[in-house]
Design a protein around this ligand. Structure first.
Ligand SMILES: Cc1ncc(COP(=O)(O)O)c(C=O)c1O
Length: 309
């Protein structure tokens, strides 16, 4: 096999060799980034010789939400995409931690065709190995981005559209050029929204606080998961309320949460140390719980997992 991250990609009902999974250049998918997608993870459980996909049904439900707002005709059923997600991991023979990206795109049908009957949709799913970062001992240094978060009446962040990530690129590039590991974005009301690819939580006086789902954030599945774990396993009730920029400087703990970023501690914001500049106790504990849940070590949460094998 050539040096590709995976041998196969699932595309429109077939397992296609990595270099053969192609979309024509003259489609809205390529020219204007007209697609919706999901990013989710599969985690290895070596004792059970299993790989578990985390919250697959919730991710597919959100994909369907994104398609609805975009007026896209689903090219496959949720059952078909469920089988395709487990199928592509197995077909590639992955036994390690993986990332999956089920994507639905506007394909052939003309660049000026806007009604669902006139433009064809297609789907593909990539699966590639991706290392779990939950045990990394270093936090990241973030800035508050000068870029504003996209808004519900502009490019709805609730819709996980490929084109939304043009904004993520502007934010990430600026942060990198300015010497930061990442960035936190404020919304059009100057309140904290989220990161370019993850939700944000702060901890003050031992209590987790999340910007509300109407603050210009994706309806994150990890965020939802953590609210449940905080309540059930740590007896902590999460407060959902608007968060000011200066609270980022005064919080005891700050972290990103999301399928890709998992739970990533942020140990400084705009060069102000968060707390004492080390990973805080609430972040540490929730990371440990989350890792046990995603790997299938907590029987109570096994209903969140879809086995590949
Ligand atoms: C902009 C943005 N916010 C939040 C998240 C976290 O969402 P989830 O927890 O569903 O992965 C993501 C990741 O997909 C994202 O891209």
């Amino acid at each position: 096999m050539a040096a590709y991250p995976a041998q196969y990609i699932w595309m429109n009902g077939e397992y296609v060799e990595w270099p053969e999974a192609k979309i024509h250049v003259h489609t809205s998918a390529v020219l204007t980034g007209a697609s919706v997608f999901e990013g989710l993870r599969g985690y290895a459980n070596p004792e059970e010789r299993q790989v578990y996909i985390f919250r697959l049904q919730e991710h597919l439900a959100r994909l369907w939400q994104s398609m609805k707002v975009m007026r896209m005709t689903p090219p496959f059923s949720q059952e078909e995409l469920t089988a395709a997600c487990t199928g592509i991991v197995a077909r590639n023979g992955f036994r390690e931690d993986v990332q999956l990206r089920p994507t639905v795109y506007f394909g052939e049908g003309g660049l000026y065709a806007f009604t669902p009957d006139k433009v064809a949709t297609g789907a593909f799913i990539t699966s590639t190995p991706r290392r779990c970062i939950l045990n990394d001992e270093t936090g990241i240094a973030c800035c508050v981005s000068a870029w504003r978060r996209i808004g519900d009446n502009v490019m709805p962040p609730r819709v996980k559209a490929g084109a939304n990530y043009h904004q993520a690129r502007l934010v990430n590039v600026q942060a990198a050029v300015d010497g930061y590991d990442g960035a936190i974005i404020l919304n059009d009301r100057d309140k904290v929204a989220e990161g370019p690819g993850a939700c944000l939580a702060i901890v003050r006086d031992g209590r987790p606080i999340l910007p509300p789902i109407t603050a210009g954030v994706l309806e994150s599945i990890t965020r939802h998961t953590l609210v449940e774990l905080f309540a059930a396993e740590m007896r902590l009730e999460t407060q959902e309320r608007e968060v000011d920029r200066t609270e980022l400087y005064l919080a005891d703990e700050v972290f990103f949460c999301g399928s890709a970023w998992e739970i990533t501690p942020i140990t400084s914001v705009d060069r102000y140390p968060v707390g004492d500049g080390a990973i805080g106790p609430v972040t540490r504990k929730i990371r440990q719980l989350y890792e046990n849940a995603i790997r299938g070590r907590l029987p109570k949460y096994k209903h969140w997992l879809t086995p590949v094998y």
